[in-house]
Write a protein that binds this ligand. Structure first.
Ligand SMILES: Nc1nc2c(ncn2[C@@H]2O[C@H](COP(=O)(O)OP(=O)(O)OP(=O)(O)O)[C@@H](O)[C@H]2O)c(=O)[nH]1
Ligand SMILES: [Mg+2]
Length: 316
């Protein structure tokens, strides 16, 4: 990667940004080099996480809210997780958003395909958001799908996390996973044109009040994404949370937590690679597995034994 490329990137050339994002997405040493180079410039953008079940209306809402930010002359970037799911046919919905705003240079949209694991997907989304951040985008939306170990995955990805629900996403709010409740800083009941939406939103409010343990009570905003109803309220709710974070050192606290998370995650990945990529360890694994197969050791004893070189397998 030549200096010229970075110059073009910092001069605001969209093509250079796309190119750097592709390198980062491909990973490896080259991707890391780009991230290292950009890191000093990362940290100015405000990141808004939008999560929820497939089809809840996340892209529709991102599209609508980002227009509010554009009206306020903020530049916008969108990173959307796009699990190549056989049910949704992959990038179709992302394309819909792209079509609506394709002519607007102030919005940069990028979908990422599955990266093998859910954690890999989040890591990649965060890295691409870093590129857009260094590129100078004011607002970055991170659209994530609400599946699996969601709370762990997205915990520190954004400054404000919006959880998008719909009145038909399960008959009552009691059935919502507690993890989903914990990550939400703003709740959206989208498809409020459907029956039961009001009751669903009220139930959600009561539940959030009961659960409240910090000084931020997550607001519940009712929206009809397709008709732009409630979008102003959603935009305001996000901005109120941003205001809340800006007080009492909360933003800095979030930054530290998120960077700690990232260092841990990267180190974790490296540790696995180093460990399982080691010839001695792999040979040892073969012989230990053989003794498990022969019934001489349990898998638990075997696992402890193989971790002995790290001296971290003592019982707590
Ligand atoms: N009736 C109704 N339909 C809506 C509303 N908002 C979005 N939709 C529709 O719901 C469908 C899914 O919307 P998307 O915005 O693509 O949902 P998504 O959450 O981004 O979906 P994935 O990215 O696949 O997880 C689309 O057909 C939208 O037109 C709403 O408020 N009411
Ligand atoms: Mg979507």
């Amino acid at each position: 990667m030549t200096q010229d490329y970075f110059d073009r990137f910092f001069a605001g050339e969209t093509l250079a940004a796309s190119r750097l994002m592709s390198i980062v997405e491909a990973g490896g040493k080259a991707g890391e080099a780009v991230l290292n180079r950009l890191f000093p410039e990362v940290g100015r953008a405000y990141r808004i996480g939008v999560t929820g079940f497939t089809g809840a209306g996340k892209s529709t809402l991102v599209d609508a809210v980002s227009r509010r930010y554009r009206d306020a002359e903020k530049s916008v970037g969108v990173i959307a997780e796009d699990p190549s799911s056989p049910f949704t046919g992959g990038a179709i919905l992302g394309d819909r958003v792209r079509m609506q705003q394709a002519s607007d240079d102030g919005v940069f949209i990028r979908s990422i395909a599955s990266r093998g694991s859910e954690t890999g997907l989040s890591a990649c989304a965060t890295q691409l958001a870093d590129v857009l951040d260094a590129f100078g985008r004011d607002i970055i939306f991170l659209e994530t799908i609400g599946i699996g170990q969601l709370e762990y995955r997205i915990r520190h990805m954004a400054h404000t996390t919006c959880v998008v629900l719909t009145p038909d996403a399960g008959d009552d709010v009691q059935s919502l996973k507690s993890g989903l409740m914990e990550v939400g800083e703003v709740f959206v009941v989208n498809k409020a044109d459907r029956e039961n939406a009001r009751r669903y939103a009220d139930d959600l409010r009561s539940m959030l009040e009961l659960r409240q343990n910090a000084d931020w009570l997550p607001p519940v905003v009712e929206t009809v994404g397709t008709r732009e109803k409630g979008i102003g309220e959603l935009h305001e709710a996000i901005e109120r949370h941003r205001e809340y974070l800006s007080q009492d050192g909360r933003l800095e606290e979030k930054r530290v937590e998120s960077l700690r998370d990232r260092v841990t995650l990267v180190a974790d990945e490296r540790l696995r690679e180093l460990f399982w990529g080691n010839d001695t360890i792999r040979k040892k694994l073969d012989s230990i597995v053989a003794s498990v197969v022969a019934g001489k050791k349990s898998p638990y004893e075997a696992a402890r034994e193989i971790l002995e070189p790290l001296a971290i397998n003592s019982r707590k």
